[in-house]
Design a protein around this ligand. Structure first.
Ligand code: ADP
Ligand code: MG
Length: 370
């Protein structure tokens, strides 16, 4: 019994010493290839066994013959385990190299194609993670591309839209200058209208650039949603009459909000102009406001017949304007981008959904603290 304990003790001492040396070597080599590390681990296992055996033999528990036998057995085990370690190490290294190459291809702009042969469980889970990341990256690249396309179109339209009224203004100014205008007063009125239109376009551009630059400065003050909506309806009334569209605003709660009234009027104005322009004559545009759990939801519902599902996500993009609209686009596609920018600067949200016969734009704002 005592012998057994002593044998265990000496074997432990020998193996422990070998293990210690092995741990130091592993620490030094920890950044080297997996093949090296695995080989060291296998070597440590064999050396620990050999060291244990030798220290037991040293204390005369083994005859020289037994020692020889054990050493040969250990040597064979060493050969086999080292070979296994090298093979395993090379296999894992090859899988990880294949994964590295696949990852490089998607970093360079391609999409990630998982290596055909799966590796160890860790590599498989890393592969899954990379596939997911690659998918997200593809979505955001696509989004980036469409936004870029919208911006390019915006510049083209703006230049075109600015040029048309400018050409008209020049022609009218020349006619007045040459004294060939039949009705100078009408020319002057027309020129003022054009100048106002240009002013509106430049104002929109200025607003969107302030939103994008993050330099939109708000001066919030407590106002009632009821007053905001009332003013917006009054402002949109002439346009509604012109289009034969009925404006309804009878379900508006008098909820207090803390907003920049000038900017918020612009939000409601843009939503109303869009809604009126896209609702056929005799149709109705309804404005509502209801408060719920610390928020007020302002909605503008029109009779446009609905926005195609695939466009719903894009209507708020800068420079995007629909081609399916009932009426030809009247603006440069900035109106809703401005709406979203101003609403988000107020810690609110702007959204759109289709409803029966039309669509409903919703602006959610936090209500003013009582
Ligand atoms: N009330 C609405 N009903 C239907 N479609 C709308 C409405 N408001 C906006 N849209 C769609 O969203 C696009 C972008 O709107 P907006 O940013 O105001 O630009 P614009 O009015 O200059 O076209 C419009 O071209 C139109 O296709
Ligand atoms: Mg618009």
């Amino acid at each position: 019994m005592q012998d057994t304990l002593l044998i265990a003790l000496f074997a432990l001492l020998g193996a422990g010493a070998a293990g210690l040396v092995g741990a130091l070597v592993l620490r030094l080599l920890r950044h080297r290839s997996l093949v090296v590390t695995l080989t060291v681990v296998a070597a440590v296992a064999v050396t620990a066994m050999l060291a244990g055996t030798l220290s037991v033999a040293w204390e005369m528990f083994l005859s020289p013959h037994d020692l020889k036998v054990v050493t040969i057995v250990v040597a064979m085990a060493a050969a086999v385990s080292l070979a296994t370690a090298v093979l395993l190490g090379r296999w894992v290294a090859a899988r990880s190299k294949a994964l590295t190459e696949a990852a490089r291809s998607f970093g360079d702009g391609g999409s990630f194609a998982a290596p055909r042969e799966p590796g160890s469980a860790e590599l498989v889970s890393l592969t899954r993670e990379l596939e997911e990341t690659s998918r997200k990256l593809a979505v955001s690249r696509e989004r980036e591309r469409t936004l870029e396309a919208s911006r390019r179109e915006l510049v083209a339209w703006i230049s075109h839209d600015l040029r048309t009224p400018l050409a008209g203004l020049r022609a009218m100014a020349e006619a007045l200058e040459d004294g060939v205008a039949a009705d100078p007063a009408r020319y002057l009125r027309q020129m003022r209208t054009e100048v106002e239109r240009l002013d509106g376009m430049v104002g929109d551009l200025f607003e969107i650039s302030r939103i994008h630059a993050g330099s939109l400065v708000l001066t919030p003050s407590p106002v009632s949603v009821y007053d905001l909506v009332g003013d917006a309806l009054a402002g949109a009334d002439p346009l509604a009459r012109e289009h034969g569209v009925r404006l309804v605003g009878d379900s508006v709660d008098a909820v207090p909000v803390d907003v920049d009234s000038k900017e918020m009027s612009r939000v409601l104005g843009n939503l109303l102009v869009n809604a009126i322009r896209r609702t056929p004559a005799d149709g109705t545009v309804a404005v509502a406001a209801r408060s719920a759990s610390g928020q007020v939801v302002l909605s503008v519902t029109d009779g446009c017949g609905g926005i195609p599902e695939e466009d719903l996500d894009r209507v708020f993009d800068t420079g995007w304007r629909g081609t399916h609209a009932r009426t030809p686009p009247a603006g440069a596609g900035l109106g809703l981008a401005i709406v979203r920018g101003i609403v988000e600067a107020h810690q609110g949200r702007a959204a759109v959904r289709n409803v029966a016969g039309g669509c409903c734009f919703e602006v959610t704002l936090p209500t003013a603290p009582a």
